[in-house]
Design a protein around this ligand. Sequence first.
Ligand code: AMP
Length: 364
Amino acid sequence: MRRELNNGNRSGRPYQQGPSEGYRPASQGAPTISLPPPPSEPTAVHPSPPSESNDAHPAKASRGGNTYDLLTCVGEGTYGKVYKAKKNDTGLIVALKRIRMEGEKDGFPVTAMREIKLLQNLRHENVIRLHEMMVSKGSVYMVFEYMEHDLTGLLSLQGINFTPANLKSLNYQMLSGLAYLHDKSILHRDMKGSNILLNARGELKLGDFGLARVYSKFKRDDYTNRVITLWYRSPELLLGETVYGPTVDTFSAGCIMLELFTTKPVFQGNDEIHQLEVIYSILGTPSEEDWPDVKDLPWYELVKPKESLPSKFREIFSKWLSPAGLDLAQGLLAFDPARRLLADQAMQTPYFTSEAPPMEKPLQ
Ligand code: AMP
């Protein structure tokens, strides 16, 4: 059932697509869904490498005594392809991310180096686990625990229907991974469906730390605002803010939460200005009361909305979310980053603490 490589993107969905196709409510109270099972494992010890690649890879990768058979290509990220592979001695299934060195004039790619350094220190059930690094025949691989799905790919499958309890569990796991990162002073900076990985046990893990960085909790430092895929980017980044913190990730988490319920990305802009317009058309335009500092942002005057729009948020999303769910999503999507919920605060809101149904992982 898992989509294997599809023009280099497991999600099979280009990111710069047209306006939203509209929303499909998840049927409430449906029986617990099963995540699609992992693809059947090839029993052959040395299956042929997939032929779609123009970036030929060896069917085997090894380091010292560790040999892996590459099974299939399951995705492609910023700096290389990701393969499903099997460890020869134990049969353990892993994901190997091959780091593309071609065209790197300065040697090892800096984004890969950043991802490796950060991941080596991370241990949390909702953060992807880097097992080891491996060099084989001139290629460098990151060896990860294997996850059967990413959220974008999963939500694009026909007939996928999470129960309210599944959705609550997925949201909780996402926020829990994020709270752990923020506690360790790490900003993910690329939270989106294709970086949310799921396994067949219904466990959710945050992946792709290529844009992540350590931030200072006590000092207001300047960072680039050209981070986070457009559809998940917060309004302050779109307005040129360079001094930011963990709430850039929780805005993205709010977008992903809504996407989990509606199965579609909710703010689908074509460029930065259109992205703001799409956000305003749903959340309304920010008033100075909602967001006192908005007028100080670098591009605020340049892209100031011509008319003030009311919020349509509750009108649109009450089809899918309970009042407590709506409150949580609204708290994550608050315009003012200083008032936006942090991940650990979000985990303490009534949606998780006091409202039925209880959480339930989407088990096989
Ligand atoms: P990344 O470069 O981390 O963004 O990975 C690109 C794609 O490869 C992701 O969108 C996933 O579909 C897939 N992928 C990444 N890590 C894993 C993993 N640990 N297990 C399975 N698939 C993965």
